[in-house]
Design a protein around this ligand. Sequence first.
Ligand code: BGC
Length: 721
Amino acid sequence: MKVKFSGCLICCILIAAVFTNVNAQTRKTQSLDGKIDAVIKKLTLEEKISLLHANGIFSAGGIKRLGIPEIMTDDGPLGVREDVKEGWGSANLTTDSATFFPNGSALAATWNPELAYRYGHDMGEEARARGKNVMLAPAFNICRTPLCGRTYEYYSEDPFLNSRLAVQSVKGIQSQHVAACVKHFIVNNQEVERGRVSVNIDERALREIYMPAFKATITEGNAWTIMSAYNKLRGVYCSENDYLLNKVLKGEWNFKGMVISDWGGTHSTVNAANNGLDLEMGSQPPYNKYFFADKLLDSVKAGKVSVKVIDEKVHRILWVLYHTAMSENQPEGKINTPEHSKTVYDIASESIVLLKNDKHLLPLNTSAIKSIAVIGDNATRTFHLGGFGAGVKARYEVTALAGLQNRLGKTVDIKYAQGYSGVYRPFGKNARTENAKPDSALIAQAVATAKSTDMAILFIGGNREYESESRDRKSLILPFSEQALVDAVTAVNPNTIVVVVGGAPYDIGDIRKNNSTIVWSWYNGSENGNALADVLIGKINPSGKLPFTFPAQLKDSPAHALDAYPGENLQVNYKEGILVGYRWFDTKKIEPLYCFGYGLSYTDYKYSGFFTNKKSYNPSENITATLKVKNTGKYAGKETVQLYVSKTGSVVDRAEKELKAFKKIEIAPGETANVTLNIPVKDLAYYDVKTSKWVVEPGKYKLLAGTSSRNIEQSGTITIE
Ligand code: BGC
């Protein structure tokens, strides 16, 4: 009796505490809303309109007489961009260098949400130090085609991996009272005709593949701002799309912050204003000619846009300012700190993917190796700037060659040969494209260098000029005749390691066939070379896993197999529906070159003992799956256990399997880790287009735990009631 009574008492106290908390929260929201409404009352219509459009390339608004600061935005996602003046030229400041963070697909290859948080946190600190209150990051459009020029900026082809990383990036940035601007909402999955193309997609694919990470950053990550994409969705520009902005984002997801247009991505006054856009950005003056400037004022006066609509936008903008530039207790900003470099180093070292190590050339046997030929333009190239779009004026960037010299320079004779030129100029009289012929002099020099050394490390791949915003690649072929260089060097030195640097898949089928050792690296930030060298010498055991499928040939990839890219007459039909990335390859039984989630280690892991806490569940429960992972090799390592779910005999078409949980764990040699993964049953739902509802289908589901999407080690079956 007594136990029962005290149980009840505890319950009451807990419930009371929860209510007090909820009430306090509601009061806080109400008082902020009240404060904002009071400010709005003091504004003239002209002042309100002045808050709704750019007044500089990255700034907007600001009302001095009321102490309302300007909104200061900046790119993202590679770090806080250097300050620019009108026309995008450098402002030539000496105070705007910043940390260069690894690119999006590098972060995704870590499969480590904790690192995504640190990335956001540190970039937020740098934004504060630079006086920015909105970071135009993270960017995480789904990798629908491997050719998309911005694949390197984005995360993955998988909505779940995408969501887990994006939410943490947002939380990290906003922990510094800097707003994250999640982008680009939505289906900006190609750069070809991005400003005019209409994406025609079925609702299920939109909800299951393209929206989840956006939804998660709003409902879970509480992102304060979002950027509308350049393209159209089903014939209507995203920046004036009532369904997208009013119905889904602000309605269903209850988004409280502001919708920012992509730069120059606004196309109307009345439609954009009434259909959900809050702030028009762009880079060309005169700013009073913007859709949301004088024309908006006229439209309000003409009764085409109501004052209520304007007030709601102003409310949202002030709400963001109260969380950022006008918030109390804003943390001090910090820039270029050793801690930020450490974050970059940690992300870079966990992102590198070991693709092949057949001869165990890696980790390098540093006591036996006397000389190394370091070959390739990418060994000395930096990646913080380049191409069209956002870069960072990096305080420093360690190249691959410098990294190897730092680690091995005292004991090993390192000789460098360029091997190929990575200069890329797609247009103009002096154009030099990806099809540039092999440079026989550079190759001869590389061959001579490789002949005279114990081993060769080749650095090839893409670069920031070649992979770029505003254009897609035309093929997956390695640019600049790099294959010829690889073949020539491998022929004279059998101890050749190929390091491919890139932010998106390439066709490395011949290298896979002919070379024993392949490492994949990325545009890995200020600490790029140090992290890479530490992986090669074994100080870091590689643990990166591919965040997207590498197709054996482009036409295996869904959008290309179905001839559904880049569209015709400015219409692109997403014919593959939900079968994006590995969902397509698995369902259609097509062998990829390297599958989603793939990545080797210097050690081996053995999976065993898979079980679930129950055999059958109802839709409100959580599935808890447990298994053992033993490190059976001699190196400590980090392994990402991936848990996929497969529904056979479904009433709707389903992908062969879908990622539903993952966990990265560190295991010492000989040790066994117990790994627990949770899947809320509601995450097994499909989107039912008939009822516009998520439906958890009853019946049997297979749970598949593996080291990659195609190497399933353990499995179990559960039933949903
Ligand atoms: C890009 C955005 C970027 C903006 C400002 C646009 O071209 O699509 O991602 O934030 O420019 O630089």
